[in-house]
Design a protein around this ligand. Structure first.
Ligand code: MN
Length: 201
């Protein structure tokens, strides 16, 4: 049983003008598809075949670059597509809103911390909102590493991740990564993130 590229939960153009259709199409059908194909090739015939992607990330041999890069790429993009919705944006409610206020002081302070993590990640990587020891934290990772992987200095259960590789925004935003980060907040699917939060808290 190999991993499959998941279908997008919405059309390529559904997130416009915040995320443009051409970027979504290339990102999903080329980049994510590539990680999926290469992950399957890297685990074929090994004892990783048949494991969940979460288990593969959690138990990652960080010296295995093919599985690290493509397994991370597979997991990270899976959670990315479903973190966004054309009906997204705004602010969370309920327990997640309370936890954000408790950890960061306010939603605006959380947004500033997450945007800073995303904006200051040098080169390619991801910004994350994680639950660690029952508390929300913001961090970032390089390349396709994620908080499930051991020893990357960004840990816990990830509930929201933002792709800050140039392939995620360059066609529309060129070098203006801060504009892309701000646009992401207009499409965050807080209902989905609340569900993830409830599952790990
Ligand atoms: Mn990407």
């Amino acid at each position: 049983m190999s991993f499959e590229l998941p279908q997008l939960p919405h059309a390529y153009d559904a997130l416009e003008p915040h995320i443009d259709a051409r970027t979504m199409e290339i990102h999903h059908s080329k980049h994510h598809n590539g990680y999926t194909t290469k992950l399957n090739a890297a685990i074929d015939g090994t004892d990783l075949a048949g494991k969940s992607i979460e288990d593969i990330c959690t138990g990652m041999d960080m010296s295995n670059k093919a599985v690290r890069n493509n397994g991370g790429g597979y997991y990270n993009h899976n959670q990315f597509w479903t973190a966004m919705s054309p009906n997204g944006g705004g602010t969370p409610s309920g327990d997640l809103a309370a936890a954000i206020d408790s950890a960061f002081g306010s939603f605006d302070e959380f947004k500033a911390a997450f945007s800073s993590a995303a904006g200051t990640r040098f080169g390619s990587g991801w910004a994350w909102l994680c639950v660690k020891d029952g508390k929300l934290e913001v961090c970032s990772s390089a390349n396709q590493d994620n908080p499930l992987m051991p020893g990357i200095g960004c840990g816990g259960a990830p509930i929201l991740g933002l792709d800050v590789w140039e392939h995620a925004y360059y066609l529309n935003y060129q070098n203006r990564r801060p504009d892309y980060i701000a646009a992401f907040f207009n499409v965050i699917n807080w209902d989905e993130i609340s569900t993830r939060f409830a599952a790990v808290i």
